[in-house]
Design a protein around this ligand. Structure first.
Ligand SMILES: [Zn+2]
Length: 217
């Protein structure tokens, strides 16, 4: 197997200004900082997904992280493993809020790196579940903003993002290792029946019980 290489590219001018702001505070969040976070995120994801050998993982030899001027917050192109993060979005946090900016940058990298490594049922898994898993990994990294949904919030199990992440957290509490096993099952395909196989109940039933549990509080 070819050795893994890491690239961090395209530091555009808004990002350089944020780097200067931080270096004044002796708080590095430039190229090296982002590259280290990318490596930490990947190791965290391999560990949680129990992908300890190359055979367990997607065949990825290179991840490119680009911080740039762009619309939106961040996205990952999973066909070439390019992660893009908006410099303007990170800069929307006040310059004085160094911890807030680092927290958001780290969280973005954990979320987007999950898209690089997670299985998506060969493209057949619901988008909301794929995003929910990425949010779940970010939740476990603890780099999350305070405004994220609390447990029990949401209308559908596959609503995605923080709503589905909280539901997955609940399912993990019912069965330790649930998320790892679900991701493994999603390597070649996808079926809602995976929830029955792992939890003994349909995903609809599990969602109903989840909502009832938090409605009582
Ligand atoms: Zn995502």
């Amino acid at each position: 197997m070819a050795p893994m290489t890491w690239n961090t590219l395209s530091m555009t001018s808004p990002w350089e200004s944020i780097t200067r702001t931080f270096s004044k505070k002796k708080s590095e969040i430039g190229v090296n900082y982002c590259m280290q976070t990318l490596i930490s995120a990947t190791e965290f994801i391999w560990d949680l997904f129990q992908q300890s050998t190359p055979e367990d993982r997607k065949s990825v030899h290179n991840i490119t992280l680009t911080i740039e001027d762009m619309k939106g917050e961040a996205y990952t192109n999973t066909s070439n493993n390019e992660i893009h993060v908006s410099a303007g979005y990170i800069l929307s946090y006040p310059a004085a809020d160094v911890e807030g900016q680092r927290n958001e940058m780290n969280g973005m990298i954990y979320h987007q790196s999950t898209h690089v490594w997670q299985w998506d049922g060969n493209g057949k898994a619901p988008r909301g579940l794929v995003e929910g898993i990425a949010y779940y990994l970010r939740m476990k990294s603890r780099f999350i903003p305070s405004q994220w949904a609390q447990p029990g919030v949401g209308d559908r199990w596959d609503q995605g993002y923080d709503v589905t992440a909280r539901f997955l957290e609940y399912l993990e509490s019912l069965r330790n290792g649930f998320l790892t096993e679900l991701n493994k099952k999603m390597r070649l395909g996808y079926s809602d029946d995976y929830f029955v196989q792992l939890q003994g109940k349909s995903v609809g039933q599990l969602w109903t019980e989840y909502k009832l549990r938090y409605a009582k509080r």
